[in-house]
Design a protein around this ligand. Sequence first.
Ligand SMILES: NC(=O)c1ccc[n+]([C@@H]2O[C@H](COP(=O)([O-])OP(=O)(O)OC[C@H]3O[C@@H](n4cnc5c(N)ncnc54)[C@H](O)[C@@H]3O)[C@@H](O)[C@H]2O)c1
Length: 475
Amino acid sequence: MTTTVQNLIGGRWTGDPVTVRRNPARPGEEVALSPSATPADVDAALTAAQEAQPAWAALPAPARGAILLDAADLLRARHADVAADLVREEGKTLAEAKGEVRRAIDVLRFFGSLAWKSSGEVLPSGLPATTIFTRHEPVGVAALITPWNFPIAIPAWKAAPALVSGNAVVLKPAELTPLSATHLASALAEAGLPAGVLNVVHGSGAVAGDALARDRRVAALSFTGSTAVGLGLHRTLSERRARVQLEMGGKNAYLVVDDADVAAAARIVAAGAFGLTGQACTATSRVYCTPGVLPAFVEALAKESEAFVPGDGLREGTTMGPVLSEQQLDTDVTAIRQARADGATVVAGGADPDGQLLGPTVLADVAHESGVAKEEIFGPVVAVIGVDSYEEGLARVNDSPYGLTAGVCTTNLATAHHFAAHAQVGVVKVNRPTTGLDLNVPFGGVKDSSSNTFREQGTAALDFYTWSKTVYLGH
Ligand SMILES: NC(=O)c1ccc[n+]([C@@H]2O[C@H](COP(=O)([O-])OP(=O)(O)OC[C@H]3O[C@@H](n4cnc5c(N)ncnc54)[C@H](O)[C@@H]3O)[C@@H](O)[C@H]2O)c1
């Protein structure tokens, strides 16, 4: 069944559906037809957003929050259908898709409830008979540009804090996954979000995304996607001193040291590397092992990889979905072939896909300088590399232009604290997979993984969508 989706502009669903999205597990099956927004569509969406924003901001915050809570209830009632659509357009397993939709629901609930919490602070003044307080005011119109790999959770975790803070939003979802974002927008519209407060434009990054980024009415732009695109957006937005938040690529490392529980380490690394088909910005893609655990860890990881059975995400027994696209598959296969040519040993999987299904791949004896040890792949491929000591391992973890997540497997609390203090990343995991984030805590990276400014998620997310104003109140 093909679902037709449209742009949402000023409360109206518009646009001729011209772009076909096919199921990555069944390439013959059409899943969605979506429009290709033009700069004129983007202009109309921004006009609608700008007109709707003052009245939205004037609503009491709890009234704004109530709409998010009602949208969460609507999505909850549609949970199974939304998750199945997500599998069909993006490919992850049904269990993973259900988890992602659940996350979108919980994010709406978290920010909807937060509307009851006062923002700002009351502070003492150096002047007599004076009180100082701060107000957090909406920035105005926020643009959100999102990737395909979490097609409902990422739009939700950007839109919810923007909306609850009193901003109007224009969302441009990834062109490969228009359906999941449409489910989110429909739930918010049906929950009573006034026309124009949330607008959605489908289409290419080069046309619709670029038009959004260049428009001076956009006061803040939040982007998740590749480093190359993010850095270009940074230049465009910074030139006019607009706010920009970037969450970009990663080359997330794990360090397994001699005192680690090897069986647990293999489970943790396999979950982080092969869960979500390795198509997560936080996926584990390189593992450094000290000499006492290296051979046992490689063997245990190869064994753990057998639990990941590639297949159609809607089919029972599938524990790993297909690779998203032929282009992504080509990147994965090329990386594996290159690693082999550089001398790596394939201990599980390999570059032998069946359609868009690629087995979980473990590469051992990987050289530090090999591309597979340095470049982001975004597939179910992990490189295991020997190091002489914890100190060398930590240095290797940090020797990367990326800095999103990193983990250490250890039973020594001092090692855990040392790693937490010295890993140059935004998120550290100790004895937990690099993937998997709680929604109530800040998320973001350092170095080329992030804009290194505002964090997403948790209450920290509100900072990006608000200005702080300081008021001196003489009695
Ligand atoms: N750090 C994180 O939180 C995080 C999360 C998920 C994905 N990612 C990263 O995303 C990448 C994969 O996602 P992708 O392939 O969708 O990334 P991408 O950069 O190709 O696309 C992301 C979004 O940007 C848009 N876009 C592309 N070119 C644009 C332009 N010139 N101007 C404006 N918008 C433009 C796309 O249409 C899409 O909506 C990986 O590199 C991954 O690491 C990061």
